[in-house]
Structures are given as structure tokens and as C-alpha cells.
Design a protein around this ligand. Structure first.
Ligand code: ADP
Length: 398
């Protein structure tokens, strides 16, 4: 054999897979196996096989539909597709040909004849359907496809409605849970504060250390709960817009996060706030919160000695705020998902950081509600840049 012919075999039965694999590889064929229609289509997109062998009885996207889809791929226009089925009736044969197959092998597989049968198709053998049979069969096949499609759309619509409902219930649950947790936490926080101030008596060093740990954890917990509550609220409340001078807002933010940066031994650099610029029409506290989340993250995910940059750039129609860091970076596959609520990158480097996975979701929501965009670029081990783009004029929010 001059070259080893490549065959893609779509089959969900393991025994058949093994049998065909053994027979074909022993005769110098290369075989790629797929256990269902979508996996077979994915293989077919990546390779140009000499022949495709399709079991018609596979579940889900069945063998007929898979064949029709394969036939539609331009690089497979002349590749033989051979159906394999236990149902050896002439009707089943005709339906396979109408779906786009070039021939038909019956199960059980005849191991002694299989390679010769496939070689005939590779050499050009094609089974044809009498023209008189073709039109009614095609019509029936089309009808079946449309019915399947209709059924799928119905199922998807129902599933979508169920998802919406469970999302609504989840939000309701989170909101009431956060409210329930906030009340006792406020009281714990108050008493910890009394202890820390020494109002209830002087603390010895061991006690002070314990109270400090408690205070830090209470703060973390209440931040998490506030984020949860905020995410629920921000979805349903309108922005309170006013003219906001971004340079002064950024200066306030800088003051607020400087102690954090100092504690983390990260250098905070701020740029672009020296020349006064026209204000943007924004909800000041919401915008401040969104940028605060970005800055907190930048500091949190940057090791000691690194840099965090906060930069304002003004353009005639929009303002750009850049939050950059020289931190651990975000893996490319996570970039699309980091703005989703509760998403946190699975990374041993981020394990020591406590977070809720809500900061970016909140920031994203706020920026989009302003008619703006937030984008991110990142390189692992080098750092990340979050870019917030805010339109200078407000579109009617309707
Ligand atoms: P969290 O409370 O976990 O910080 P966020 O929604 O703010 O939640 O961020 C989601 C995840 O995105 C983080 O857990 C982290 O894995 C990743 N991430 C966000 N900002 C940065 C950054 N500047 N550098 C590296 N990773 C980041």
C-alpha cells in the first residue's frame, strides 16, 4: 500500500470499535474513532479521511443526520461515506443513500470481507438510488429533520424557561441569605470593635492577636456579603447619574487603596490626572466601586515588589481608565469567563487569596450600565491590563 488510508469510524459500541480497529490496523489502515455524531463531525473538520464509516444507530445526532452534515463539508464532497447498520431492509438502505451515504454495510461486521469492501468504496464504488425513489424519500427525510428540529426547539425553550426560573430563585435565595447573615454579622463586628478598642478592658498580647484575626475575618465576611447583596441590587436599580470629574474620583481611589498597596509592598502609580477634563455623566459611587474592584484585584494578584498602574486617558467622545498590574496574570482560557459571577481562576497561585468571584461581575455590570465596556488583556506571569471605556455623553437609557 502506497499510503496508509485514513478512516474515521463513528460508532458508540465498544466491541464494534475494537473489532474494526483490529481488522483495519492489521491491514495497514489508520483509524480515528468517534463515539457519537458531534465527536465524529469534530474529527472530520480536522482531518481529510479517505473514507468515513458511520453507524446509523448512534444516539443523539443519529447516523443519518451525521452523514448529511458530513456531506455538507466541502473538503469531504468526494469522500465516500459508508453506512453501517443492523437494519438491512431496502427502506433503510434507501434512507441512508438519501441522507448522503455512498453505500451500505450490514452488521454484524464481516471481519474477513471488511477491508475489501471498504477498499472498493475508496476506489470509487458508489451505490445509487433510482431517481424515481429519490424525490419522495428526500421529502420524507426533510420532513423528519424539520420535526426533529421543532422538537429540539421546544425542548430548548422549556429548558431555557426552567433555567430562568431557577436563576430567579437562586438570586432570591442569595438576597435573603445575605440579609439574614448581615444582621448577626453587624453585631459580631460591633463587639469585636469594642474588644479591639479596649473598651471592655485591656487585652494582653495573645488576646489582641486573636481579636485582630477576628476583626480581619469579620471584615472579609462582610465584604463578601456586601458584594452578594450589591450584585442582586445593582441588577434592579437605576444609575443615579451626575457630572463626575474622573481625575478627582481617581485621586480618591488612589488615597483609598494606597494603604493596601503599601501593606502588599506593591508600587502604586497614577497617571493622566493632572490636566482637568470635562466630566463624564456617571453614577459616582457605582463607578468608584467598579474601579475599586479592579484596583483591589490588581493589588491582590501582584506579588511584593510589583507595580500597579491607574491611568486616565481622555478622548473627545470617551474616557479611558486603565488598571494595569505586573502580577500573576490570567490564563487565556479564563479570560472569557472572569466577568461571570462567582468565577475564580483555578490556579495554585491564587489559592491563598480570599475572594468571592463577584468583584469583576459587579464591575462589568456597572460599566455596561453606563453604556461603556470593560476589556482585559493578560499574560501569565507578566500581568494584566483592565481597560474601562466610558462614553462621554449619555445615550438615552430608555
Ligand atoms: P475575586 O473576589 O475572586 O477577586 P473577581 O470577580 O474580582 O473575584 O475576580 C475573579 C477572578 O479573576 C479572581 O479570582 C482571579 O482569579 C482573577 N483575576 C481578577 N483580576 C485579576 C488580576 N488583576 N490578576 C490576576 N487574576 C485576576
Amino acid at each position: 500500500m502506497l499510503h496508509e488510508p485514513l478512516i474515521i469510524y463513528i460508532e458508540d459500541n465498544l466491541d464494534n470499535q475494537r473489532l474494526v480497529q483490529r481488522v483495519l490496523t492489521s491491514r495497514g489502515y489508520r483509524l480515528l474513532l468517534a463515539e457519537d455524531g458531534p465527536a465524529g463531525l469534530a474529527l472530520a473538520r480536522e482531518h481529510t479521511p479517505d473514507l468515513l464509516l458511520v453507524d446509523l444507530g448512534i444516539d443523539g445526532l443519529d447516523g443519518y443526520e451525521t452523514t448529511t452534515r458530513l456531506r455538507g463539508m466541502s473538503h469531504l464532497a468526494h469522500t465516500p461515506i459508508v453506512a453501517l447498520t443492523a437494519n438491512n431492509t431496502s427502506d433503510s438502505r434507501a434512507r441512508a443513500l438519501v441522507a448522503g451515504c455512498d453505500g451500505f454495510l450490514s452488521k454484524p461486521i464481516d471481519a474477513r470481507r471488511l477491508t475489501d469492501q471498504l477498499a472498493e468504496f475508496i476506489a470509487g464504488k458508489r451505490e445509487l438510488l433510482p431517481v424515481a425513489m429519490e424525490t419522495p424519500l428526500l421529502r420524507a427525510y426533510n420532513q423528519k429533520l424539520v420535526e426533529r428540529l421543532e422538537q429540539q426547539v421546544r425542548e430548548l425553550t422549556t429548558a431555557n424557561a426552567e433555567l430562568h426560573e431557577s436563576d430567579r430563585l437562586k438570586s432570591q435565595f442569595l438576597a435573603s441569605l445575605s440579609h439574614e447573615l448581615r444582621t448577626p454579622l453587624t453585631s459580631i463586628s460591633g463587639f469585636v470593635d469594642l474588644l479591639a478598642r479596649g473598651t471592655l478592658g485591656e487585652l494582653n498580647p495573645g488576646q489582641r492577636e486573636c481579636v485582630d484575626v477576628m476583626a480581619r475575618n469579620v471584615e472579609t465576611l462582610s465584604n463578601q456579603i456586601n458584594n452578594l447583596l450589591y450584585l442582586q441590587e445593582v441588577r434592579s436599580t437605576q444609575l443615579r447619574r451626575e457630572p463626575v470629574a474622573l481625575d478627582s474620583l481617581l485621586r480618591c481611589l488612589e488615597d483609598a487603596v494606597r494603604p493596601l498597596a503599601k501593606r502588599a509592598e506593591v508600587h502604586l502609580v497614577i497617571r493622566g490626572i493632572d490636566t482637568p477634563q470635562p466630566p463624564v455623566d456617571a453614577d459616582r459611587s457605582a463607578l468608584e466601586l467598579a474601579l475599586r474592584h479592579l484596583l483591589d484585584n490588581a493589588i491582590k494578584f501582584t506579588p511584593a515588589g510589583g507595580h500597579v498602574l491607574l491611568e486616565l486617558r481622555n478622548e473627545p467622545t470617551r474616557a479611558l481608565v486603565r488598571v494595569g498590574d505586573t502580577g500573576i496574570g490570567i490564563p487565556p482560557e479564563a479570560l472569557e469567563r472572569i466577568f461571570l459571577p462567582f468565577y475564580q481562576v483555578e490556579n495554585p497561585l491564587t489559592t491563598p487569596y480570599i475572594g468571592s468571584g463577584l468583584g469583576l461581575a459587579i464591575a462589568h455590570h456597572i460599566i455596561e450600565a453606563h453604556g461603556g465596556h470593560i476589556t482585559v488583556r493578560s499574560a501569565m506571569g507578566k500581568g494584566s491590563i483592565f481597560m474601562v471605556i466610558l462614553p462621554r455623553t449619555t445615550k438615552n437609557e430608555g
